[in-house]
Write a protein that binds this ligand. Structure first.
Ligand code: TPP
Ligand code: SF4
Ligand code: MG
Length: 350
């Protein structure tokens, strides 16, 4: 795999552990509305990859259709990318990850792209625990097509036009946990510290990381009566714990009090430290996670933080028994059965 060759940084410039400056992690200039939550998420993705020192050409960015799905154009310019059709990002991601298991895959979807047209593909991605980061930029509406309700809009939420949503929402986090994703989190685009820590942990996890990020649409869904507006989110966010992340290349013998902090060791040795805020929460207990989601939505609150993590769960590639070398680089002699083997197979059908 090729490595990005950058000129040496000027004295005093910020560089990461692989010698790259933040600019190497940026993308094209955003064309989304000023103040859109999706732009804030893009910034945190840039920070997380820069601070972890991930080689951008080792990343593949994927998306469907929507304002949210345009976001991969605004980060990691030199990464690989595939902008698929509406709701079809999971199947394209599956193909890419199976073809080259060495890539870090990050998919950006919307609540419409995932919860409506893409729900079938989403369900199967979660149950397969495909190693990828799957971000839903959740604004409760179809921003790109002028703000109609999406399936994550809350019952009773009001459109700008005064129309009231009369359908209950899909909780994508509860669905992902139930189906088998091994890392499930919820955050808010207006909570940069928490979101960055969650993204860094996700980059270090092996398995499906489903992160639902409340991301207000300032143009169509940020008014009084909306439950996905900035002010509603600020008033109703219920952070479960203070999330911090210690990467494997730093001193992981950090001190913490096990009485107040839960530590989870991720697959590459990095540590996730969760210091309790609201309640004593165990993110490795699936039933507890589902109960918490039901209880907090019953109080009209949205719990944020790492909701569920299962660091050692076999992923889709383990289940398929795929070899360590990327399939994309194996030569034909290793991928194609010999004539003798094919003859044997044909013989078995006689
Ligand atoms: C097959 C198909 N059906 C419908 C559309 C129209 N369409 C484009 S984006 C979109 C919804 C986007 O909503 P969401 O995924 O929540 O993204 P947002 O714009 O809110 O970030 C729809 C219905 C389309 N592009 N393709
Ligand atoms: S329409 Fe809404 S979701 Fe789309 S870019 Fe503007 S603020 Fe963001
Ligand atoms: Mg949306």
């Amino acid at each position: 795999m090729s490595t990005t060759v950058q000129p040496p940084p000027a004295p005093g410039k910020r560089i990461n552990r692989i010698g790259l400056e933040p600019i190497a992690y940026r993308g094209s200039k955003t064309t989304l509305c000023a103040g859109c939550g999706h732009n804030a998420i893009t910034e945190r993705i840039i920070d997380a990859f820069f601070e972890l020192g991930v080689e951008p050409t080792q990343v593949i960015k994927l998306s469907g259709i929507g304002c949210s799905s345009k976001s991969p154009a605004y980060f990691l310019n030199s990464a690989h990318g595939f902008n698929s059709v509406h709701g079809r990002m999971p199947s394209v991601s599956t193909g890419a990850v199976v073809a080259n298991r060495k890539m870090i895959a990050i998919g950006i979807s919307g609540d419409g792209d995932t919860g409506a047209i893409g729900i079938g593909q989403f369900v199967h991605l979660m149950r397969r625990n495909l190693p990828m980061i799957y971000v839903i930029e959740d604004n409760g509406c179809y921003g790109l097509t002028k703000g109609q309700f999406s399936p994550t809009a809350d019952l009773g939420s009001k459109l700008k036009t005064g129309v009231i949503n009369d359908l209950p929402p899909i909780d994508t986090c509860a669905l992902a946990i139930e189906l088998g994703a091994s890392f499930v989190a919820r955050s808010f685009s207006g909570d940069p510290k928490q979101l960055k820590a969650i993204l860094k942990a996700a980059i270090s996890h092996r398995g499906t990381c489903m992160i639902d990020v409340l991301s207000p649409c300032v143009t169509f869904n940020d008014h009084e009566g909306s439950t996905k507006s900035y002010s509603y989110a600020k008033d109703h966010e219920e952070p479960l714990s203070d999330v911090s992340f210690v990467p494997f290349f730093e001193d992981i013998n950090v001190e913490y009090d096990p009485g107040t902090t839960t530590a989870v060791t991720l697959h590459n040795g990095s540590k996730l430290l969760l210091s309790k805020l609201a309640e004593d929460y165990n993110p490795t207990d699936k039933v507890n996670a589902l109960r918490l989601l039901h209880e907090s939505s019953g109080r009209d609150e949205f719990a944020t933080g790492i909701l569920y993590v299962e660091p050692d769960k076999p992923d889709f590639l383990d289940l398929l028994g795929i070899v360590d070398e990327p399939l994309a680089f194996l030569d034909e002699s290793r991928t194609r059965p010999s004539r003798a083997v094919l003859d044997e197979v044909m013989e078995s059908f006689r």
